[in-house]
Design a protein around this ligand. Structure first.
Ligand code: SAM
Length: 151
């Protein structure tokens, strides 16, 4: 599995949170960080899109993180991950930069996934996604990390 993300995560507290979940993931999630684009907002998105497209492995199931995408609950996400893997298409998640994702990425993506209607900073999205991937693996494994209790 791969995560292609715009921006270098430097903050130690953010890195520690990503590492907390990353080290537990099986299969592992490789994070590919790409430099922020330069120029006007449109140029930034276009340049970042070129780099993102080049970093997507062949055969992967591409999931663009986008606030207008489809919102899953954690169990549905876990089962979707299982289906992609079973089909031999390892997930490749994409997180945009400050300007968001270029339309070319949304066109290339096999799915667009939302973490809610609000706009989140990309580094927080990275942390939340890695936690949800770990939660998905816990759900599939029947690990008690995920408690399904609801009112
Ligand atoms: C700061 S946001 C970009 C905001 C940008 N104005 C836009 O409209 O996408 C950076 C990245 O974080 C991700 N992101 C932010 N909020 C999200 C949400 N609610 N659901 C899914 N991804 C989100 C997206 O990949 C986005 O490109």
């Amino acid at each position: 599995m791969r995560l292609v993300a715009i921006g270098r995560m430097k903050d130690k507290a953010e890195l520690a949170l990503v590492e907390r979940y990353l080290k537990r993931l099986r299969p592992r999630l490789e994070i590919v960080e790409l430099a922020d684009g330069r120029g006007s907002p449109e140029e930034i998105k276009r340049r970042e899109a070129q780099a993102i497209l080049a970093a997507i492995p062949a055969q992967s199931f591409v999931i663009a993180l986008d606030q207008d995408g489809q919102a899953h609950d954690s169990v549905a996400f876990a089962h979707a991950m299982q289906d992609w893997m079973a089909a031999g298409r390892a997930p490749c998640f994409i997180i945009g930069g400050a300007e968001g994702l270029d339309g070319a990425i949304l066109d290339r993506a096999d799915a667009a996934m939302s973490l809610g209607a609000m706009t989140w900073p990309h580094m927080l999205v990275r942390i939340m996604l890695v936690e949800q991937v770990y939660r998905a693996q816990a759900i599939v494994a029947g690990h008690p990390y995920h408690r399904a209790g609801r009112p």
